[in-house]
Design a protein around this ligand. Sequence first.
Ligand code: SF4
Ligand code: SF4
Length: 408
Amino acid sequence: MIAEILQEEVHKCNKCGACLNSCQVYKQLNYESASPRGKVQLIKKILAGQLEPSENFNKILFTCLLCESCTVTCPSGVKVDRLMKAMRAELVKKSGQNWKKKGVFKLLASNQLLSLSMSFGRTLDTPLRTFMPKDATVGTLSLARLPSLNKKPLRDQFPGIIPAAASKGRVLYFTGCATNYLYENVGRSVIKILNRIGVEVIIPKDQMCCSLPIFLSGARDRALDNIRRNIALFNRADVDAVIVDCATCGAALKNDYVHILKEMGEDADPARSMAARVSDISEYLEGFDLREFFRPINERVTYHDPCHLLRSQGVKDQPRALLKQIPGLEFVEMVEADACCGGGGSFQVQHPDISSGITSKKITSIKDTGAGVVASGCTGCRLQIRGNLKDESIQVMHPVELLAKALK
Ligand code: SF4
Ligand code: SF4
């Protein structure tokens, strides 16, 4: 059953309902078990032995974006998202995982298999785009609007150590799978900016998927090997920081590794020591005055807060402050910039109707700003927004891509 350190959480819930309005899923579905409060109460009954986990309970538990809005809103401090993550792990331990997820996790747990499947994907990319129906989708995402795979993985495009002319710092770069295989321009931008300000970049070649998609689905045992291997590579005292460009990977490295190891009764100290050095790229760059490096760019830009950056890591002002350093850039806030985009990883595939309802509000907020660019430091959010934004005139970018574009 759920680790003892989490069991007391359910007793903290006084059913006040303050979390209800923060939950986008509840606002779409409007019934109690879709709400954070309802989920906590069901978990409480299961822990007390008053209810048996069922197929329906499983469905309820996975009808959640794990956006953490309820956790940060709860006046009693109930760690709702951590409870749900731990409960998912219990269900998987008891009933196993479906074969499709098992297949995906097998890929994410092996660099060789992942690399092989990506080169296979590259070969099929052009024929697929030519022959697939124009309105084909995966979940809510338009397939035609998915980015193409990198011609070559980012980690194969650079040496393991990229020295800088000045010696202003030294960082390890956790590229994550998305930047390595899909968003090379984000990785190139990170390296370009860090090098320009005099920071040496080290890219550990054997780094693994952060494993967040694996453990959020409940397969904690399967994720352990990735977690251990990443800690062994990134828990180094001879660097200033471990830089991450993806909100989701950052949340895993900074928070989840420690919680999971602790809840599984493993030694969490190395994870804690690594976590103390993990910085989202915007947090790290905040320590530098970049204005001397920039030329003006005339863009109206808005910013979407990824759940895993805002609520998991408390990063809100840094990306905005960086963008505002670019001369000529007009920054405009969208309404409810902090509201989840509705992606939630595989949530948008499993619950396309709920996801669409949430995403359409985000798309309206973006369009209402009149911005030509929406920036966001999360791979999943950019995929979700771009895949649902039926407007070619609005670009979806990582903030570092704008910073790199503005470099003289
Ligand atoms: S806000 Fe917290 S205490 Fe109130 S119902 Fe929600 S989880 Fe329970
Ligand atoms: S994590 Fe988000 S989606 Fe899930 S219950 Fe909490 S507020 Fe709702």
